[in-house]
Design a protein around this ligand. Sequence first.
Ligand SMILES: [Zn+2]
Length: 237
Amino acid sequence: MDSLANAEHNDKDFGLKREARHGSSRAGRWPVQLRLATSLTSAEYVTRQLWHDATLERCPLHPSGGCSFARHGTYERVNPPGTQVPRWYCPEGHCTFSLLADCFACRLSGSLQELEEVIVAVEQAHTQEAAADELRADIELPGALRWMRRRLKPVHAALKLIVGLFPDLLAGCPATVCGFRQWLGIDFVLPALREIAQEQLVQLPPPVGLRPPWARGGDSKAPNQHQVGPDPPVPIG
Ligand SMILES: [Zn+2]
């Protein structure tokens, strides 16, 4: 099991630790992220060390049992400092699972609230260049634009998909964070979408959704995922 823990490295681009690709049958895959339903902020999650309370009672690959599914420690997220994400491992399915709390962006450093502030700043700016310059004054403009678009594109793609998934609720709603805020009358849209679209999270792209990387690219290393249904919410906190 130590091979998995030791395989983690700091992904500088996204600022979070993940499992490295080793090419072995046991390590080398992103964990399958499942939803940990909570209304806590990321700071509260750390203060209360919510990962200790998180439980995943059944193996998502073998819900009837019969495998050696067990808790498999935690992995660390860089922001906020002290964040640990609980994970489980099914040896028979060669698959690691983790429970990602609603406050966190998926496969991206930081919280969904922080991400939402970035998206809103861009949506309200006159130009993307002006927003990027303002948001990342610490780096050159081309890098700031790449940083910003890595966030903007997948969030807007997820919002567009969600508008289509919920025509009764969202028909006519602009596929922007500002549009969703106004339409739904809520302060923070992205964490709320984990609840609203909980049955569809596995189909929605990160950082809003929890879609695994192999779901769009046909990764031959993908574990046997056909038995994994929509992410089961795990109410806590
Ligand atoms: Zn299993």
